[in-house]
Design a protein around this ligand. Sequence first.
Ligand SMILES: NC(=O)c1ccc[n+]([C@@H]2O[C@H](COP(=O)([O-])OP(=O)(O)OC[C@H]3O[C@@H](n4cnc5c(N)ncnc54)[C@H](OP(=O)(O)O)[C@@H]3O)[C@@H](O)[C@H]2O)c1
Length: 359
Amino acid sequence: MKEQEFLDSIENLSGKVAIVTGGAKGIGLETTVYLASKGATVYVAARKSEGTQAGIDEARQRVKSLFSDSSNNDEKVKYHELDLSSMQDAWRSAQKFKKIERKLDILICNAGVSMTTLQALSPDGYEQMFAVNHLGHFAFVTCLLDIIKDAAEDTQDGRIIFTGSDSYKSAKKLDYEKLVTAQPDDGKSLKDLGGAWMRYTESKLAIVYSTIEFSNRLQNSDLPKIYLNACHPGNAIGTTLGTGNQASVSPTLERAIRSLLSITIGNSTKDSAKTQIYLAGSKTIKEKSIHGENWQPYFSAFGKTYKGCGSQEYTPLGKDEGERRKLWKVTVDALKKAVGDNEVNSIETLKKLINEGSE
Ligand SMILES: NC(=O)c1ccc[n+]([C@@H]2O[C@H](COP(=O)([O-])OP(=O)(O)OC[C@H]3O[C@@H](n4cnc5c(N)ncnc54)[C@H](OP(=O)(O)O)[C@@H]3O)[C@@H](O)[C@H]2O)c1
């Protein structure tokens, strides 16, 4: 598919407000540039660092170069501080955002970590990938629900996208005892490496469950105009995802593995942003009322040419209703513990989702 053809498949997003978590790096940076180039005001929600600032500068520069009138284009890409490793921090970040913007049209939950060790748990007492990839995002999204609902009521079109991963297909059933237990695992052995990969796949299985359950509850709570979906972005081997966390993999070995993967199954980082952009900005999603689906990109052989994207069937474990509901309960309980019942109940939309949304 030609670049222009892809761009034409995305609506004009002028006047829309978007957030991209982890939007200053890798797939997130490309996502920020696409959304801003289609006219949205994009908040890069990320941890404060030189890398984040450099990513924002790059995004602003690239967006500016796309418009002949560059007067206001710096303002299209903004920064909002977010650390997803703690539910309380993610919740506070969302609360601060609501003081800046009254409506939110598009939320892309793209940030993620991979291959972390299991020596230390998150501030909420959970395994770190599960904490950042699933729990932190859950707190952030749920606190923003009321302003996403307000935007959707205005435009009949709100979008929430979870960046998942096809790796979830290798995950085993979630073991909640293990998820709250640290281990003397320092990433120095191949066993640690295998364990880290499995935990990553489990954090992405959690995203599958969250996508389906969250979406069902939105429908059951009379919020059908919020289109919540997930995607596997592609194999963007060139990003920093998972690098440097496992001591058993030397930088030289890591480079060699990445080069091999890049040649065989790798896609460009830019192409890997396209599926979430499509879910966020194509009118097809609204016209066909697409909810709770998991999409994937299609590529030519060896992943070098992007050919579009589409829905894919969930695995039997991904479709397991009992497991999905168990995760929802564990997650809501963790959120209540982290921020308190009063805070959770203060968001009317969330309260409704929890109390009435299940059926
Ligand atoms: N690359 C692939 O082939 C691939 C395949 C399947 C799925 N994915 C998924 O795609 C998404 C983007 O990955 P990527 O490849 O672009 O990786 P990346 O370049 O490493 O970007 C990850 C982003 O997540 C942010 N992040 C990490 N921990 C965070 C935290 N505690 N709070 C807030 N932000 C945090 C990072 O910010 P910092 O700079 O602060 O660390 C960074 O911006 C991830 O969800 C990943 O699981 C990627």
